[in-house]
Structures are given as structure tokens and as C-alpha cells.
Write a protein that binds this ligand. Structure first.
Ligand SMILES: [Zn+2]
Ligand SMILES: [Zn+2]
Ligand SMILES: [Zn+2]
Length: 142
């Protein structure tokens, strides 16, 4: 498996830059990070980088399938390195914590629409909203 980030970039025809490497590493280490969080982490690693440069790197990596972008309604986009398995997400309405939920591995049933209208479907964006256990406990009726 080619998990070497330099190799991953090269194979997609992307130039290997310290910025792209740092962004890729950051998102792999902290899945579902927002661009702001990625910027902070990257700055602490490689020094100054503009938020625009981070956005550019995130866009290039997402367009080339190295990162996945999740856009929850009413909150900033998040990025993750787990791509291609059509997994879904749970988001806490209170604290915003996001976790992965597996689709059925190998045979994602969510990609079979009741009627696909002739579209070739490759992704279903499923987000479950609710309250995480911690927030439920804090506001619970105990
Ligand atoms: Zn919560
Ligand atoms: Zn995820
Ligand atoms: Zn599914």
C-alpha cells in the first residue's frame, strides 16, 4: 500500500510541497478538522502559512481524492484522510464532535438509490445529527 504521502501526491500528478505534505499529515492525524484547525497545526509545524495557502492545499488534495470534504449544514467544512469507503458521520449538535460510522464495507448499500435516474452514483453524504453521550449526560435528567 502506498501510504507515503510524497508518493501519494506524485501519483496524482501533484507537486510535492511542504505545505501539501503538512496539510495531508495534519488531516490524517486529526480527522474531521476544519480549515482553521488545520491552519493552526500546520503553522506550529512548518511556521508561517497563509489561510489561503491552506485552503488551496485542501482543495487540491480533495479534488484529487486524497482527502474527503464533509460539509455539515450550518458549520464549516471538515476534512479527513479516510476516502473512498463512503462511510457516514455522526455529529453532536451541542459540542460539534464528529465521528465515523461505517457504511457496509465493500458493498455500500447507500449507493443504491431507489431510483438513480441514470446517474452513476459514487457517494452518498449521510450525516446523523444528535447529541453525543457526554452532552446527553451533562444535560440529562438525572
Ligand atoms: Zn456533544
Ligand atoms: Zn469520517
Ligand atoms: Zn451507508
Amino acid at each position: 500500500m502506498g501510504t507515503d504521502p510524497r508518493e501519494m501526491l506524485r501519483r496524482r500528478g501533484l507537486r510535492v510541497t511542504p505545505q501539501r505534505l503538512a496539510v495531508l499529515r495534519t488531516v490524517s492525524d486529526a480527522p474531521h478538522a476544519t480549515a482553521d484547525v488545520v491552519t493552526e497545526t500546520v503553522r506550529s509545524e512548518i511556521g508561517s502559512i497563509s489561510i489561503q495557502a491552506v485552503y488551496d492545499a485542501l482543495a487540491a488534495l480533495t479534488e484529487n481524492g486524497l482527502l474527503r470534504r464533509i460539509q455539515p449544514a450550518g458549520s464549516p467544512a471538515r476534512y479527513e484522510g479516510r476516502v473512498g469507503d463512503n462511510h457516514h458521520h455522526l455529529i453532536c449538535r451541542v459540542c460539534g464532535r464528529m465521528v465515523d460510522v461505517d457504511c457496509a464495507v465493500g458493498d455500500p448499500p447507500c449507493l443504491t438509490a431507489a431510483d438513480d435516474f441514470g446517474y452513476e452514483i459514487d457517494e452518498a453524504e449521510v450525516i446523523f445529527w444528535g447529541r453525543c453521550p457526554e452532552c446527553t449526560r451533562e444535560n440529562g435528567a438525572t
